[in-house]
Design a protein around this ligand. Structure first.
Ligand SMILES: Nc1nc2c(ncn2[C@@H]2O[C@H](COP(=O)(O)OP(=O)(O)OP(=O)(O)O)[C@@H](O)[C@H]2O)c(=O)[nH]1
Ligand SMILES: [Mg+2]
Length: 294
């Protein structure tokens, strides 16, 4: 997977923003025990649009661009503002962009509290560098190190539609291997699993550009066959950037959020923390989940 030159330096905001940049696994554990919530794992190689999707969810919610959901707060406001910065006019960037997620930072979570017709929902989105997922392609057993995939209620597998059109074979092979690694690692069953095509504004720029939709359907059908009825795989197509000549961002993102929330929240439960005495990152994140499922 080719990676383009994009900014990697952290953005220093002109004003000090309230809230955290991101939540650690330990902070997620506390939040999930207190309030419950939906954990969303996002899987894809570099440059596919993981961070942009997370940022766009926030941008649409807090600008009141979703018809069924409202913004009710975030414990990671600063992280969202930084993730959105290069996509805004105020950054003076020549075109909307997203800073690369640094490899060394590891796993981070952002948090959204969302007002829905059924009440408040807390959602935690996992974000990490695409290079970590790229490593899984050659060493599938490393899925066991991905705490968020084990703990998540929903897993979103992203495919870059622009690359699916221009480099079909390599793109399909990458997504297939990532899917198989996650499936063999046992992280998909019992979850809301969704295949999401990103960058539709580029790949489906006119009604005549039908190749992306065709290839996406072929890929989703193949993954469905591999799941062989053990779990179903939702399909969504999104565009986080505006189409040429339009100012509308986030096509398909509200529908995706609705699908992610449809599974219902995991509720907070009282669980016994006595074991293990020295919990690993995965133990910390799984505590409430094990309690909820037992
Ligand atoms: N045109 C278009 N560009 C997009 C879209 N989503 C993301 N991008 C661009 O694609 C590039 C990669 O987006 P990111 O969200 O940083 O991708 P990532 O998967 O988080 O990448 P890593 O952090 O490097 O793993 C950035 O330049 C984004 O501006 C989209 O829907 N349309
Ligand atoms: Mg990223």
């Amino acid at each position: 997977m080719e990676v383009t030159e994009r900014p990697t330096e952290p953005i220093t905001p002109a004003v000090t923003l309230p809230g955290a940049r991101s939540l650690s696994i330990a902070a997620c554990d506390v939040l999930l025990r207190q309030r419950g919530g939906t954990v969303v794992g996002i899987a894809a190689g570099p440059d596919v649009g993981k961070t942009t999707l997370i940022a766009t969810m926030y941008e649409l919610l807090h600008r009141r661009r979703m018809s069924s959901f409202g913004f009710a707060g975030s414990e990671t406001l600063r992280g969202y503002e930084e993730r959105c910065h290069l996509a805004r006019l105020s950054s003076y960037a020549s075109r909307p962009d997203t800073r690369r997620t640094p490899v060394g930072v590891g796993l981070e979570f952002t948090h959204l509290r969302i007002a829905t017709s059924g009440g408040m929902r807390d959602v935690l989105f996992a974000d990490r560098s695409g290079e970590h997922f790229q490593a899984i392609l050659s060493r599938p057993a490393e899925v066991k190190e991905f705490a968020e995939l084990h703990r998540s209620d929903a897993i979103v597998l992203l495919v870059d539609l622009a690359r699916l059109v221009t480099d079909t074979h390599v793109t399909v092979s990458g997504v297939r291997r990532l899917f198989l690694a996650m499936d063999q690692g046992g992280v998909l069953e019992g979850k809301t699993v969704t295949l999401v095509g990103t960058k539709a504004d580029v790949a489906m720029s006119s009604p005549r550009s039908t190749k992306a939709a065709r290839e996406m359907t072929t890929l989703a059908d193949e993954l469905d066959r591999r799941a062989s009825g053990r779990f179903s795989i939702g399909r969504h197509i999104i565009a986080c950037r505006a189409r040429s000549g339009s100012a509308v961002i986030g096509e398909g993102v509200e529908q995706l959020l609705a699908a992610l929330l449809a599974g219902g929240p995991s509720r907070p439960r009282r669980v016994d923390d006595a074991w293990p005495p020295r919990p690993s990152e995965l133990d910390l994140l799984m505590r409430g989940y094990r309690g909820a499922r037992s």
